[in-house]
Design a protein around this ligand. Structure first.
Ligand SMILES: [Zn+2]
Length: 438
């Protein structure tokens, strides 16, 4: 992804689905978007509904998304997001599959329509009304089934949840699209708040192990400075706090949220703070590579708890439109990209020689001054660390010397022994006198 260039660089077109459908891809789906990925993985299962590649429409006319275009698109995002939503759930068919709703159902939908965006409490109240009984019992039945089968492999559970989203979206098919999106976000919250404890970091996956590996990797890279990552960074003033602190806090908070939507909100908040920090540190407008570098810096500083598990959870159980398109999709794809970068980070990416990189990794080289912390305690800690490293180095040298000396000694003993043996062989000793002779 970045091998052809030194430093941190990612071609924006590489963030997109490998099938060229125009949605964001993800390493978890081997570079495809979730839609194309599901088409691929499910094509071997004949009992499944066929979606066909043509049902994965391009959200933005198929043109590769560049960063400047992304900025422009931010403004028109809302409308596009809604269109995307409809196509994601129902493919390219002109109208969603819907049955004629009864009068009471129409009344219930009207009530849902009156909800303010994000008003989950009133959504729950409406759901408990007799008119919403059909919807409510579908959700309850689904949750009961999922709980009963909570030991199914997590990928299977992900399929079930995604199928459920698709089928329930049909229930809101007669609402304006923007409201369908809102309703689906409520449904996700309802379902995933309950399922979180069953499916997060599931036993059938190796998420927990991968969390540990990633955490260790990030810890081993704690010496990487913003300068090495080429993050625009204001270094003046020793008391100046890290401008990325808000972003760091936001990404750490992600683990405490239970629904994919809320976790994605943390990712978006983190990303927006990265943009703000970049803007405050440089007079130049931030470009896509600056943003990626900033994200890497934030992830390295934060070492967010259970990062791999959280990302997998979002990928498996999030609503497709919020991952594959729009602002949240862009931010999430960049987070995945930053993590992939951290996993493969090497010397040239940081403008270091492979030897220098190794020395830093093994702690043989004192960590460079990052420009973030200027406090006395840290300086002292750093000096002590250097002294300790020096002592360790000397100790190792001493141990080597002792080993060499032991080897020499034993060689010398052997040499003496063999000389003695030789002489004995040549001049055999004859003991002629005994005690009794005296
Ligand atoms: Zn795709």
């Amino acid at each position: 992804m970045w091998a052809e260039q030194r430093g941190i660089h990612v071609d924006q077109s590489e963030l997109l689905c490998k099938d060229g459908c125009g949605y964001y891809g993800n390493p978890a789906w081997q570079g495809y978007c979730s839609k194309c990925w599901r088409v691929r993985t499910r094509s071997t299962q004949p009992d499944r509904q066929e979606y066909g590649p043509s049902s994965c429409p391009s959200p933005a006319g198929g043109a590769p998304l560049t960063f400047s275009k992304f900025e422009e698109k931010k403004n028109t995002e809302k409308g596009r997001r809604v269109n995307t939503m409809r196509r994601l759930f129902w493919g390219s068919s002109p109208s969603p599959p819907k049955k004629e709703p009864s009068e009471s159902q129409i009344a219930a939908l009207k009530a849902f329509q009156s909800l303010q965006p994000g008003d989950f409490t009133n959504f729950l109240k409406l759901l408990r009304r007799p008119a919403s009984q059909n919807l409510q019992s579908r959700c309850t039945a689904f949750l009961n089934t999922m709980e009963a089968y909570h030991d199914l492999p997590v990928e299977k559970q992900s399929d079930l949840v995604q199928d459920f989203y698709q089928s329930i979206a049909g229930h809101f098919g007669s609402l304006p699209e923007e409201q369908t999106v809102q309703m689906m976000e409520h449904i996700e919250k309802l379902i995933m708040t309950r399922l979180h404890k069953w499916v997060f970091c599931h036993d059938s996956s190796d998420d927990e192990q991968k969390d540990l590996v990633l955490q260790r990797r990030i810890r081993a890279l704690k010496w990487v400075t913003p300068k090495m990552l080429r993050v625009p960074f204001k270094e003046e003033g020793s008391e100046a706090s890290d401008p990325f602190l808000t972003a760091i806090t936001a990404i750490i908070e992600m683990d405490a949220r239970r629904t994919p939507q809320d976790k994605l909100t943390c990712v978006s908040k983190c990303s927006q703070s990265v943009f703000q920090a970049l803007a405050s540190s440089s007079s130049e407008p931030a470009n896509a590579d600056d943003f990626l570098s900033g994200m890497i810096h934030v992830v390295l500083k934060a070492n967010p708890p259970r990062l791999h598990s959280n990302m997998q959870y979002i990928i498996r159980f999030g609503l497709p439109h919020s991952l594959m398109a729009g602002e949240s999709g862009y931010y999430f794809t960049n987070l995945c990209c930053a993590v992939a970068f951290i996993e493969k980070l090497d010397g040239p990416a940081l403008n270091l020689s492979p030897e220098e990189f190794e020395e830093y990794m093994q702690g043989r080289r004192p960590p460079p001054h990052s420009g973030v912390e200027g406090c006395e305690g840290l300086c002292r800690a750093r000096t002590n660390q250097q002294l300790l490293a020096e002592v360790t180095r000397r100790q190792e040298k001493l141990a080597e010397g002792v080993c060499a000396m032991q080897a020499e000694l034993s060689q010398w003993v052997q040499a003496v022994q063999s000389q003695v043996d030789d002489i004995q062989a040549k001049v055999p000793l004859h003991i002629t006198s005994t005690e009794s002779d005296i």
